[in-house]
Design a protein. Structure first.
Length: 214
């Protein structure tokens, strides 16, 4: 384990709370283990790790994210997400492959949504030219994937930009149509994502509407 990874894991375990771990297990299921550290503790731990190991380059950031994610402990995986959020400006188009693996493993909104909204969305928004074209193609592929959580991530990704008055609305509509053709409107995680985006833009941007019937 790297020095940064060891620091994060040790600190999270010191922040452990058995009753919080039980609550998380009850709420999120038994697919992962839980230390019982709070979200604030996870964020603070990552912040402290980045101070201790200042100036981590791209490859070390992504390697650390994979190291944290590899062990199926919720707080470690959340720390990996917070790390990528904190260093999203270093990420490139090629990192979408690694991120796709994280989404496929995550399978719960509290991990999938911050990956999509705070990592994938900002990453894609700042790409230009062929890099943006390739990234959009990746999101289109996710929207048509049999994995409902990958579909959800493709739909949640533009939420921040759309809510702020920008974003690729046409791309969102295209992906919503692709996903809806697989799973018609209902309570599946991907269709809940469509509703979440529509609700987020409804008040400030009422002109944005789906160009198809769900």
């Amino acid at each position: 384990m790297s020095a940064a990874g060891e620091f994060v894991d040790d600190t999270l375990q010191r922040e452990a709370s058995w009753y919080r771990a039980e609550e998380l297990r009850h709420r999120l299921g038994s697919r992962m283990q839980y230390y019982g550290a709070s979200v604030g503790a996870v964020r603070g731990t990552v912040r402290d790790a980045l101070r201790r190991h200042a100036g981590l380059p791209h490859d070390e950031v992504t390697a650390l994210s994979s190291e944290l994610w590899e062990v199926p402990v919720y707080e470690r995986r959340l720390a990996a997400v917070v790390l990528l959020q904190s260093k999203v400006e270093l990420l490139t188009n090629s990192d979408l492959t690694r991120i796709e693996g994280f989404v496929r493993d995550a399978r719960i909104p509290s991990l999938v949504d911050p990956i999509a909204v705070d990592v994938v969305g900002p990453l894609v928004e700042r790409l230009e030219g062929q890099q943006r074209v390739r990234a959009d193609a990746v999101l289109d592929r996710w929207a048509g994937d049999p994995d409902v959580w990958l579909r959800r991530a493709s739909l949640m990704a533009p939420l921040r930009a759309l809510r702020a008055g920008g974003g690729d609305w046409d791309g969102f509509v295209r992906r919503a149509k692709i996903a809806t053709d697989i799973a018609p409107a209902g309570t599946t995680p991907d269709q809940q994502a469509v509703d979440a985006v529509l609700d987020a833009v409804a008040e400030r941007r009422p002109e944005l509407r789906l160009a198809f019937r769900r």
